[in-house]
Design a protein around this ligand. Sequence first.
Ligand code: GDP
Ligand code: GDP
Length: 455
Amino acid sequence: AAQEGFDVEDIEGALDEAGHGPLPVLAVVGRPNVGKSTLVNRILGRREAVVEDRPGVTRDRVTYEAEWAGRRFKVVDTGGWEQDVLGIDASVAAQAEFAIEAADAVVFVVDASVGATDTDEAVVKLLRRAGKPVVLCANKVDGPSGEADAAMLWSLGLGEPHPVSALHGRGTGDMLDEVLKVLPDAPAQTFGAGVGGPRRIALIGRPNVGKSSLLNKIAGEERVVVNEIAGTTRDPVDERIELGGQTWTFVDTAGIRRRVHLTEGADYYASLRTAAALEKAEVAVVLIDVSEPISVQDTRIITMAVEAGRALVLAYNKWDTLDEERRFYLEREIERDLVQTQWAPRVNISARTGRHMEKLVPAIETALAGWETRVPTGRLNAFLGELVASHPHPVRGGKQPRILFGTQAGTRPPRFVLFASGFLEAGYRRFIERRLREEFGFEGTPIQISVRVRE
Ligand code: GDP
Ligand code: GDP
């Protein structure tokens, strides 16, 4: 009776939708103003899968979930990234390099009405080196007269240019069909169950929070030298490091090691690198510098980790610098700015003195355990039944939506599908999430809840 109004196919469909493993990643790269953002919006259409509507979680997104011809994948939207801080060429190259690294396939967008520029050629070199599948999008071909411009782009040596008008939608379907042909079913950088090996940690945080100091503290200084020699380009380096009696992989450490402390481009590099590292990691350790007020940049990075669906540990670094007064304000800042991630394990460390280094591994293990928690369907529905009985959804317009049935569709992070008789308000969903956490733990992990409504 709890499943009234739904048949098995409904449920299986929803599970397919929400329970998908890691999705392959498509990066859209190209010079500024060639139409990347317009194309990404076109790809997302109106069907952008918004799984949750927690305030503050939807901003500053880098990757989106998309679907075409029944296949789901992630799109890395590089269009919104700051492009001018380093000069156009350096920015475009860096952007492309990071996006390509994180991607399983690439759409390279060129403005056909302008033709190939030197910057385009530079990106082509990066694409060749990366060896990932590339689909060439000849954009701004708004009508048949532009087809000849598109054909000129054969000269780039990337195969057939696909004439597209991202603005009007012309040709985008054909191009996406082409993309699906080259996009693998699952990401290469998968951390799926079958892969095994050491757990993968991303050490992230804004510039100067102490990432390299921490990495050096736990790995030993001597490796820095080795990497300086090996890492001639911006290639990410994943390092295996012993910690707490286990081996861990710290992903994408090259940038941390190299101490790229650009005053102007720092933000830009930080967000690119953070996105790339998160793609590859299972757990994010976000460093926060307690000697300074918690900033928008800190919360943005935490949001990126949550949005990426990674397990999360918050490491408050430079604890050695705290005096009474600063400590007082810090706790207030945490209450004010970081309530959304109260569920993340917290460690108060000093990369300089080595304070509480031994607490890192237990915190990481807690977060990973939460990330992999599975609640049996029977237990979940017993819990939901009680919750709905004791705290029914408020009546709206004479109707009272009810949760009929729920199931956990996946883990890493936990994903739930609720079947309901009507739309559930954001406040009620947040309430459900809070209660789920109280009941089942989920320490250190985001939770995704999607609701299937049967009118
Ligand atoms: P991005 O910087 O690469 O993300 O480029 P945008 O998506 O912001 O587009 C830059 C400009 O080009 C905007 O004014 C768009 O409206 C315009 N644009 C994008 N796609 C097309 C297209 O297919 N045809 C035409 N005519 N203009 C386009
Ligand atoms: P990154 O940009 O995040 O890699 O930061 P760094 O590791 O380069 O650190 C930035 C600055 O903070 C350097 O001057 C470090 O010596 C200093 N620092 C890092 N960790 C600590 C710490 O725990 N305590 C103190 N007092 N300073 C630290």
